[in-house]
Design a protein around this ligand. Structure first.
Ligand code: HEC
Length: 136
């Protein structure tokens, strides 16, 4: 048992040396939306869906760092509020998807909500998001 724990500790130390890249690329075109919408998106979505990620302290520690970097890269790939110009031709569809994910409570992901309590949206915040998403 002691050997196993020692091995585990060594592995945990070892993986800290695996390089991970926490990037914040330039903001190309921040979303056009009223201030109250942006406030909600910023606190609940921007960490994974923008180039303005606030990398929390725990994202410095492997293996959490691997998981968060993967989430952010994947999230940006699906939807990036810092590249809003890419969606000009399909704004209605993108806004629909945003509302769908929030309505079904897929987004923000529950694990993120556990750590970021302010990312749990109130009914009022959901209502203003819905009204914005429906208004095309
Ligand atoms: C912790 C990171 C994280 C946060 C915070 C987050 N997302 Fe996501 N989001 C992801 C990842 C990863 C994916 C891609 C995988 C998936 O669909 O689950 C994704 C996918 C999406 C998609 C695309 C779904 C599809 O089927 O293509 C939408 C739309 C979306 N998120 C909206 C939001 C909105 C709106 C918020 C804030 C209310 C939000 N997300 C917060 C990580 C996040």
């Amino acid at each position: 048992m002691k050997k196993l724990i020692a091995l585990l500790v060594l592995v945990l130390i070892g993986i800290q040396f695996i390089p991970v890249e926490r990037t914040n690329p330039l903001v190309v075109y921040d979303i056009d939306a009223p201030a109250n919408i942006k406030t909600v998106l910023k606190k609940a979505c921007y960490d994974c869906h923008s180039n303005e990620t606030e990398w929390a302290w725990y994202t410095e520690i492997a293996p959490l760092s691997f998981l968060t970097v993967k989430d952010v890269n994947e999230g940006r790939g699906h939807l990036n509020f810092s590249e809003w110009g890419n969606y000009t031709n399909k704004l209605g569809q993108v806004k629909n998807e945003i509302w769908e994910e929030v309505r079904e409570e897929h987004m923000p992901p529950w694990m993120y909500r556990v750590v970021h309590s302010d990312a749990k949206l109130s009914q009022e915040e959901k209502d203003i998001l819905r009204n914005w998403a429906m208004d095309k």
